[in-house]
Design a protein around this ligand. Structure first.
Ligand SMILES: [Zn+2]
Length: 273
């Protein structure tokens, strides 16, 4: 069985390509994509929430203002507006998956007060433990978290992620029906997960949605490694590189459609607004 998956834009910022390849001094749009997944029995599931409408307020004061300077946001479209384009209302969303707690993935988290929020056991606690300046450096803005998050959290224990015969990563059957797997993609942010699913639009090939495990497909296809500065901003540099190398192997094997949140290739699947 497969799922129907909609890719939607939840705002964007501008980034210098040199931050990825170390040599191209041209800025490009980095869209913050969110996924709306139509599940046959559970209804709508959303993965990540883009910049949301609160990013600018959350970065109005120091030290979080530094984040806005580093990645100028030119469109902070609320996730609710993105979902409205396909006729969805926040109350329709009962399941919300957060790949990792960077601000461009949790900006709209407060807009879904009825949703259960799924995330990896190690995704949030290490960020909450940081001092404010370190939180900003780690792209985490705690004011974006809903006040009642603890009572609505569905934490995925690391022990639930098991070796997967089809992937070079550990995975967890998220809903117990094998339709949607959370895949552990460590390195970029603490406890980062991606999603594996078969999308009706992608025919027989499963999709591995990698969140920010890579930003641009050139990193995989042309073996481009991040320059030192950008590499230093990854949560765990050696794990980031190991994850990238496994993804390069997977890309060569060509068993999966590999998509990442900010990659231009993902934009081919975003419904026109
Ligand atoms: Zn990120």
């Amino acid at each position: 069985m497969s799922l129907r998956v909609h890719f939607l834009n939840g705002g964007h910022c501008r980034h210098l390509l040199a931050s990825i390849d170390g040599r191209t001094f041209r800025t490009v749009q980095f869209h913050a994509v969110l996924l709306a997944i139509e599940h046959p029995s559970l209804g709508w599931i959303v993965c990540d929430t883009g910049y949301g409408g609160r990013f600018l307020a959350a970065t109005s004061a120091f030290p979080s203002r530094l984040y806005r300077w580093a990645t100028p946001v030119s469109d902070n479209l609320p996730a609710t507006s993105a979902l409205a384009r396909i006729g969805l209302h926040p109350a329709d969303i009962r399941h919300l998956i957060i790949t990792h707690f960077h601000a461009d993935h949790i900006g709209g988290l407060r807009d879904f007060p009825q949703a259960r929020v799924y995330f990896h056991e190690h995704a949030l606690a290490p960020l909450l433990a940081l001092k404010p300046f370190r939180q900003t450096r780690a792209a985490f803005l705690p004011s974006l978290l809903p006040d009642d998050l603890a009572s609505r959290s569905h934490i995925l224990p690391d022990s639930a992620f098991l070796p997967d015969a089809r992937l070079p990563f550990r995975s967890c059957d998220l809903l117990g029906d094998s339709l949607l797997k959370a895949v552990f993609l460590p390195g970029h942010a603490p406890g980062q997960i991606g999603l594996e699913f078969t999308d009706t639009a992608a025919r027989e090939r499963p999709t591995l949605y990698c969140a920010d495990a890579f930003w641009r497909s050139e990193q995989l296809l042309n073996n481009i490694n991040l320059p030192r500065l950008t590499r230093s901003l990854q949560w765990d540099g050696p794990s980031y590189l190991s994850t990238i190398n496994h993804l390069r192997t997977l890309a060569r094997a060509d068993t999966h459609r590999l998509l990442a949140c900010h990659d231009d290739i993902t934009q081919r699947h975003v419904a026109p607004s």
